[in-house]
Design a protein around this ligand. Structure first.
Ligand SMILES: Nc1ncnc2c1ncn2[C@@H]1O[C@H](COP(=O)(O)OP(=O)(O)O)[C@@H](O)[C@H]1O
Ligand SMILES: [Mg+2]
Length: 217
């Protein structure tokens, strides 16, 4: 089962700049959502709050399995992930970068090998698994980041500008990967983009930040 993310009455300000005010929205289990809009509207801020990396001034962010709200003991942080536009790269192999979250979770080596190999195939980096990750192009790095994010089988996958600064070939690859995740995994996908075409291609629902609220368009 995927997870539902419910935000209620969210308020976020930076000094006297009101970014969100009384913002409520429900991201339903296993659906794909795009948050679109020009720079500076609050897309990244919203994702950081949903990923529990930044606190709202007011309001609640709840994760639900069916009708049951999860609490701290459910280890929410291990079950959601936010992929940022510039992926942090560890100075080791592509393989180890993707395996990282599984090692932290103390998975068995055989399981790690299988999962990482499958994910590297999915993102088209299987032949580069032994490469030093820092030598990848920006598009390849973004795909490696996707594999790393997916390694933990997140129930909610959030992505901030997943196709920023990538060329046409990588744009197509990332679109295909996201469509494949959408169709094959029980993952709720929420991504921010200023690319309306990408939003239409991938998302079941497209929302925009307007007057401090999320509005479906
Ligand atoms: N840490 C911060 N401190 C102060 N202002 C911020 C901070 N983060 C974002 N902002 C401001 O909040 C607004 C929304 O930013 P952001 O969420 O990055 O928008 P988007 O991702 O849609 O481009 C912008 O006006 C930005 O300058
Ligand atoms: Mg942003």
């Amino acid at each position: 089962m995927g997870m539902t993310l419910q935000v209620s009455q969210l308020r976020k300000t930076y000094r006297d700049n009101v970014i969100f005010d009384a913002c409520s929205y429900t991201f339903k289990d296993s659906m794909a959502y795009a948050i679109v809009g020009p720079n500076g509207t609050g897309k990244s801020t919203f994702l950081r709050m949903c990923a529990l990396l930044e606190k709202p001034d007011a309001g609640t962010i709840d994760f639900l399995h069916g009708d049951r709200a999860l609490d701290k003991s459910d280890g929410i942080m291990r079950r959601i992930t936010l992929l940022l536009p510039s992926v942090g790269v560890f100075n080791t192999s592509v393989y180890e970068n993707v395996a990282y979250g599984l090692r932290v979770r103390k998975c068995k080596n055989t399981e790690i090998e299988q999962r990482v190999a499958a994910l590297l195939k999915l993102v088209g980096l299987h032949d580069k698994m032994k490469r030093r990750a820092l030598t990848l192009s920006s598009g390849e790095t973004q795909r490696m980041g996707l594999a790393r994010a997916l390694a933990i089988a997140p129930e909610i996958l959030m992505l901030d500008e997943p196709t920023a600064a990538v060329d046409t070939a990588n744009y197509k690859a990332i679109t295909d990967i996201l469509l494949s995740v959408k169709h094959s995994m029980k993952t709720t996908i929420i991504f921010a983009t200023h690319d309306v075409k990408l939003a239409d291609n991938i998302a079941d629902r497209v929302v925009t930040v307007s007057d401090g609220l999320l509005m479906e368009i």
